[in-house]
Structure formats: C-alpha cells, structure tokens
Design a protein around this ligand. Structure first.
Ligand code: CU
Length: 288
C-alpha cells in the first residue's frame, strides 16, 4: 500500500511539470513564429508599431505625423490594457472543475458607467487633437512665397505658377510635373472644370478635393529636395488611373530655370482647359 501511495504522490508533480514544460514550449514557439513573421515582413520597428506613414517632406507634415503617432500610442495603451484584462480574467477565473458555474449577475452599475465614460473620454480626446491639428494645417495665412493654381481635369493635371506667369501641363504620354522651390511656402489653389478630383501627394501627408465651381486653398512648405509621386485620389471616371503627376522639390535656381523653360516652350500665363466655367460642367454635358 505504502509503495503504491508513494508512486501516486511522486507521479502527480511529474505530470504537472511536463504540463508546464509543454506550455512554456508552446509559448516559446508562438513568440518565435511571431518574431520570424515580423522580421521576414521586412518592416521597420516604426512600421510595425505605428503602421507608419511616409516621412513627411513638408513642414506641416510633421503635425500630421505627430497626430498619427499619438493616436497609435493611445490605441496601443488601450489595446494592452484590454488584452491584459482579458487574459487575466481568462486565467484567474477559468473553470477549474467540470461542475463549476460562474456567479450569475444581472448588471453592475459602476462597471457600466465605466464602460460609457472611458470610451467617451477617448473619443473626445481623439476629436480634440484631430480638430486642433486640422485647424493648424488648414489655416490660410496668405504669407506665401509662391502661388500655384492646380487644375485637375479629365484626365490630367496642369500647374500654373501665378507669380511667375508660366504653367506646366501633362500629356497622355507624359505625366504632369509640379516643380517647387525648397523651403518656400506655397499657396495651392485647386480648380476643376469638370468633376470632383482629389489632389494627393502621399509624401506631403496631405490630400484635398478639387471641386468644380469652388476654389479650395491650402498652404504647405516643402522642405526636402526630392521627387515624389502624386495622384488623383477621387474616382473621377474611366481614366482616373491615368491622373498621375510628379512633384519635384528643387533648389531655387533650378526652379527659376524650370520656369524659364516653360516660357521658352510657349507655356506662359495661366493654363486654360477651354472648358472652365463658374459652375463646373453641367451633368448633361458629361460624357462618361
Ligand atoms: Cu481625377
């Protein structure tokens, strides 16, 4: 008898230990798989934590980037607390015996008030920071160095440099090119003669609709020399995908040369699509 009881008492801890080892091994495998997935994805730490935006190439882009990072920090904090509470509850209050039934309750007023108030505070916080930053980015101060009228039309873009009296325009074979002097504040005036388009340069972290009959205005200061893709971000019709353009941020001397080149090619004045009206194209005049 004594022998068999000894066998039992020494068997139980063994069983417990092997169960614990299995759990540790499973957790290790899980973490290893996660690490391999993240490393193999080729993402930077910034991209993993913040699903990061491109590095902004305008002064104003930093405001957007900070808002994005702040929102992610808040989201991770909420996520970690929520996951922590879920895992804690699952472990601490797990069913230990087959016949266990959890305590049955109908409601819990303090908890329900907490569920209502905490999300409300989070939404109000997100709203406050978004509204504050949006107002700052969209503030038109009229202290620009140059003014560019952006004409979006099916299916291309034209950029008129109003102070320099010159314009550049794309063709079906060559995407339009917007050239801007680095470090100078640009006032953009968006006009469309036909349908709604949307001016979007991902590296500016900025996008604004181009609406017929309405001139939308914003101001940005490109502060990094480089070439950046731009596109129409509003599905504007059958050839929407062809509405691409390139932004080239250059030194002032190169910008002056670009303007001189446009004029030499007869592109002086303000670009005219020949179909601009005060109210945009009428619906029955649309062909697609
Ligand atoms: Cu478009």
């Amino acid at each position: 008898m004594r022998q068999s009881s000894d066998a039992c008492s020494s068997g139980a801890p063994d069983h417990q230990q092997s169960k614990r080892r299995r759990r540790v091994r499973a957790a290790g495998l899980g973490l290893g798989a996660l690490a391999i997935t993240l490393t193999a994805s080729g993402c930077t730490a910034n991209e993993i934590v913040f699903l990061d935006l491109p590095d902004p190439v305008t002064k104003e882009g930093l405001i957007t980037q900070n808002l994005w990072h702040g929102a992610w920090i808040a989201a991770w904090a909420v996520g970690l607390v929520t996951w922590g509470l879920m895992i804690w509850a699952a472990i601490v209050y797990r069913r230990r015996h087959k016949d266990d039934v959890p305590e049955q309750t109908k409601y819990n007023i303090p908890l329900e008030i907490l569920y209502t108030v905490v999300p409300l505070i989070m939404i109000l916080g997100l709203f406050f920071f978004t509204a504050r930053d949006q107002a700052e980015i969209l503030a038109v101060k009229n202290d620009q160095d140059i003014t560019v009228q952006v004409t979006a039309y099916r299916w291309n873009w034209a950029f008129s440099y109003l102070d320099q009296d010159a314009f550049s325009v794309g063709s079906p074979n060559k995407p339009a090119e917007l050239v801007l002097p680095v470090g100078e504040k640009v006032r953009f005036e968006l006009v469309s003669p036909d349908v709604i388009h949307s001016f979007w340069v991902p590296d500016f972290l900025f996008k604004m609709d181009v609406i017929p009959g309405k001139t939308n205005v914003f101001e940005l200061t490109p502060d990094k020399v480089g070439v950046y893709p731009g596109r129409c971000a509003e599905l504007c019709g059958v050839d929407h995908a062809r509405m691409l353009f390139t932004v080239r941020v250059v030194e002032k001397a190169e910008f002056d040369q670009f303007i001189a080149d446009q004029k030499a090619h007869g592109q002086s004045g303000v670009f005219d699509t020949g179909m601009t009206t005060d109210h945009g194209q009428m619906p029955d005049a649309r062909t697609t």
